[in-house]
Design a protein around this ligand. Structure first.
Ligand SMILES: [Zn+2]
Ligand SMILES: [Zn+2]
Ligand SMILES: [Zn+2]
Length: 211
């Protein structure tokens, strides 16, 4: 089955701590004329709009420039590729756009912390290896469709702190925090089969209990 969804992943430059994951269908973009992607703090990060018959214009805001960064892609590029967006003036990595599977695979394989640029990584985290392991596992579960809000869809906001990872649903606010400071925190995640975002927090699912 061909996918008709475009996946967007970027760090919010305004609050600085949220990494957005948004999946939008091209039909929704065409239907609405343009699609606005905002952080839960209210900052507008990106707009995707049809441009003529065959192209899509993407504008992405970041703190490197006052103007939005503008890109033009074909539908085929948006649906099949893993497009790393960067600022042509400063080379700042703005985020990813394109096919969800290849983007998540790229992030897991190359550098799960690449979107946390801006915090000086080595002194920031309580234990960078534990943080990397917990994040990698989160992204593996996300790629497998096993991070679910109890009430809504699959999109999530991830917040990365010194010693924990926050995962929340952008629509209803369900979610909570996964500790990521001690070795036992990564061992706990190693066994996890899925994450369900509840009002009271994150329910870590073990065994084959996930649909
Ligand atoms: Zn924000
Ligand atoms: Zn820029
Ligand atoms: Zn929700």
């Amino acid at each position: 089955m061909a996918t008709t969804d475009v996946f967007f992943m970027a760090r919010c430059p305004h609050c600085g701590e949220v990494i957005l994951h948004r999946q939008v269908s091209v039909f929704a973009i065409q239907g609405k004329g343009s699609m606005f992607l905002s952080c839960s703090c209210g900052f507008l990060l990106a707009v995707i709009a049809p441009q003529g018959q065959k192209h899509y214009a993407v504008e992405v805001w970041s703190d490197c420039c006052e103007e939005p960064h503008r890109f033009i892609f074909t539908l085929g590029q948006l649906l099949k590729n893993n497009l790393a967006l960067s600022c042509s003036r400063t080379d700042v990595h703005l985020g990813y756009l394109g096919d969800r599977e290849s983007i998540l695979a790229e992030v897991i394989e190359t550098d799960v912390l690449s979107l946390t640029e801006g915090v000086s990584l080595w002194d920031f985290f309580a234990d960078i290896q534990v943080m990397t392991a917990v994040l990698k596992k989160c992204y593996r579960l996300l790629a497998a469709g096993k991070v679910q809000c109890h009430g809504c869809g699959a999109d999530i906001d991830v917040r990365i702190y010194r010693d924990r990872v926050g995962i929340h649903c952008p629509y209803c606010g369900n979610g909570g925090y996964l500790p990521a400071a001690k070795e036992q925190d990564s061992l706990l995640m190693e066994q996890a089969e899925g994450l369900i975002l509840e009002k009271e927090g994150i329910n870590i699912v073990y065994g084959n209990m996930m649909k």
